[in-house]
Design a protein around this ligand. Sequence first.
Ligand SMILES: N[C@@H](CCC(=O)N[C@@H](CS)C(=O)NCC(=O)O)C(=O)O
Length: 179
Amino acid sequence: MSVIPIPYPIPAIVPFPHIDPSPSPHSTPSLRSRPLTTVLYEFAGSVWANAPKIAITEVGLQPSDVEFRSVNLPEGQNFDPNGYLKVNRDATVPALVVGDKKFVDSTTVVDEIFKLGPDAPKHDSHTFHELEKIIHAVHSPKHDPNALLLLPTDDADLEAKKKGVPGGFIAGRQKALDQ
Ligand SMILES: N[C@@H](CCC(=O)N[C@@H](CS)C(=O)NCC(=O)O)C(=O)O
């Protein structure tokens, strides 16, 4: 099995590759005709911030419908009291700002994106209820993907993680917290 190297430092802004910028035949002009007031705060290496990105494509929104702002987690940009903490006091991504409304966790962010997109399943549909069950299951602390990334399984794993992406991530955010 080949191992895909993960770049470190993780680039702060990675082009969002999954969306074709040409207009979708399924999309409605509803959001396009409004001023751009929908902002998604995200980070390319964040598992939770990728949930709304997938939702955006799935519900038929266009890249121009949502402004993406990268919050560099390995550099602790999420802890800036004059910056991101004003958006989300929990200091986590994703967060979505729609006009004067704010959503600060992946579940409510995705839920809001469902309301904005023309191709989203309707709230009272069977599909929607099935999706809700999956959403609650994957958010269980038992399945926290960040624990898998950061917590070592033994001493050898601890050493490997110190030298790799997890070590760099922890060191960078600690430096920001110390400032
Ligand atoms: N329950 C939150 C969890 C979000 C979360 O933990 N995001 C991580 C990135 S995947 C984060 O922002 N971590 C910031 C940090 O630990 O410094 C959600 O669903 O949005």
